[in-house]
Design a protein around this ligand. Structure first.
Ligand SMILES: [Zn+2]
Length: 158
């Protein structure tokens, strides 16, 4: 699944579950649940060469940037507009936890000798990954994102 929908799910958990001891681990686990939703991403049906060259690394960076921008926006919104520092911190931590599995797996994509944790997470993720053709695979992520956004807006009153 793309990083931005993963981030939105994490933010939704951070916004709706105030206790970070529950919310942060849940955001981490929900990453794997997200990957079980049929989806298309930039690595679907690709070889290692295709992952490392051409437009794909740029698209991954753009998605990464959008994910960071989304997390930053809601963190600052909670801090400045809602005036709730603990909510802001919870959203920030959950946003990071929600993309952490992919960040920790990144060495598998780019290195010939990834570390043990990356290899293990890579194996778990590719076992859970449910790939779908592009149109359907993007639609499911739009639905997940929209649901997360509804949860966020009902929790922090946008
Ligand atoms: Zn993943």
């Amino acid at each position: 699944m793309l990083l931005t929908p993963h981030t939105l799910v994490g933010i939704a958990i951070g916004a709706s579950i105030p206790n970070p001891q529950i919310a942060v681990p849940l955001a981490f686990v929900m990453h794997f649940m997200g990957d079980m939703v049929p989806h298309w991403d930039f690595y679907t049906d690709t070889t290692i060469e295709q992952r490392q060259t051409g437009w794909r690394p740029i698209a991954v960076m753009a998605d990464f940037g959008l994910g960071i921008a989304t997390g930053t926006f809601f963190t600052l919104y909670a801090l400045w507009i809602a005036g709730d520092a603990s909510l802001a911190l919870n959203i920030f931590l959950c946003g990071i936890a929600a993309v952490l599995p992919d960040a920790l797996t990144a060495p598998v994509m780019f290195s010939k000798n990834p570390n043990f944790i990356s290899k293990l997470l890579g194996k778990i993720q590719s076992a859970l990954q449910f790939s779908a053709p592009v149109i359907f695979g993007l639609l499911t992520q739009i639905l997940v994102s929209a649901f997360a956004f509804l949860l966020i807006s009902s929790s922090i009153a946008l």
